[in-house]
Design a protein around this ligand. Structure first.
Ligand code: IPE
Ligand code: IPE
Ligand code: MG
Length: 259
């Protein structure tokens, strides 16, 4: 497997349509509360937004969409909300995997699955196996995922496999053990729901990602909102440590328009 370029080591290629979009789908509870409904209704409606965003990403030619569905800290929520989220996750997978497959979408799940019940784990494995060879959009769902967990897990796995590296290892040595090792780093990060924080999502991979925050609550987020985010992304200057003047010089050399 070829290692995707690291934004801190090389200059990643920049495409007009982000190759990889990472999303914190936040605001379900508040969306429901605004409508005097229980929080879980917000989660239910959030599934519809996810469906629409997956379709839109596929249509736009986005290669990777990674969504935060349940954080390693979300176990701190009331037990009935946690158990609702687990059964919604199971139902969603059971209902949607066939249509993901039909649409050539590859499903991946990242996070520590060992805490999920066996039926959910089995459904995850089956969904991934069924869609593993698909070549369209890769949809990655982060469940019981935390950025720190991911890094710690990668370090432990590296050292178990290659104990001789215990005193010194490089970014390249660690890379294959991170859960998103086969995807390029996200170009665009979107957080809905108004909060301006990362909440322990993809801490390693977001190093040079363009961040986009919107007040729109996740159940109200749709294709048009996604296009706003991409539009904002397209107006950013991604310098990766260099100066604007250097970028202009490089573009002029390549014969690109610098207007
Ligand atoms: C995001 O919406 C979904 C999950 C964390 C599972 P929230 O449930 O966090 O909604 P708010 O932020 O309370 O409105
Ligand atoms: C982040 O949302 C996690 C997911 C969307 C799954 P939270 O609502 O849990 O984040 P905080 O607690 O407000 O930071
Ligand atoms: Mg929230």
């Amino acid at each position: 497997m070829a290692i995707p370029p690291s934004s801190t080591r090389t200059m990643p290629d920049i495409a007009r349509i982000p190759r990889h979009i990472a999303v914190i789908m936040d605001g379900n509870g508040r969306w429901a509360k605004q409508r005097f409904m229980p929080r879980v209704v917000g989660h239910q409606n959030g599934v519809e937004s996810l469906r629409e965003v997956v379709r839109a990403c596929r249509d736009l030619g986005v290669e990777y969409l990674t969504v935060f569905a349940f954080s390693s800290e979300n176990w701190r929520r009331p037990a009935d909300e946690v158990s609702f989220l687990m059964s919604l996750f199971l139902k969603m997978l059971e209902r949607e995997v066939a249509s993901l497959h039909k649409n050539n979408i590859r499903l991946k799940i990242i996070g520590d699955r060992s805490r999920f019940d066996e039926r959910l784990q089995e459904t995850m494995r089956k969904g991934e196996a069924l869609t593993a060879e698909n070549t369209g959009l890769t949809l990655t769902i982060a469940a019981n995922y935390g950025g720190r967990w991911d890094m710690m897990n990668a370090v432990h796995s590296l050292l178990a496999a290659r104990p001789e590296l215990a005193t010194s290892f490089t970014e390249e040595d660690l890379h294959p053990y991170l859960s998103m090792c086969d995807a390029p780093e996200p170009d665009l990060f979107i957080r809905t729901g108004g909060e301006k924080r990362i909440s322990n999502f993809m801490l390693w991979q977001l190093a040079y990602t363009e961040l986009y925050f919107t007040d729109t609550l996740w159940p109200a987020f749709d294709r048009r909102e996604l296009e706003f985010a991409i539009d904002s992304y397209q107006n950013r200057e991604r310098r990766f440590g260099r100066t604007s003047e250097q970028l202009l010089g490089e573009r002029a050399q390549k014969g690109d328009s610098v207007a």
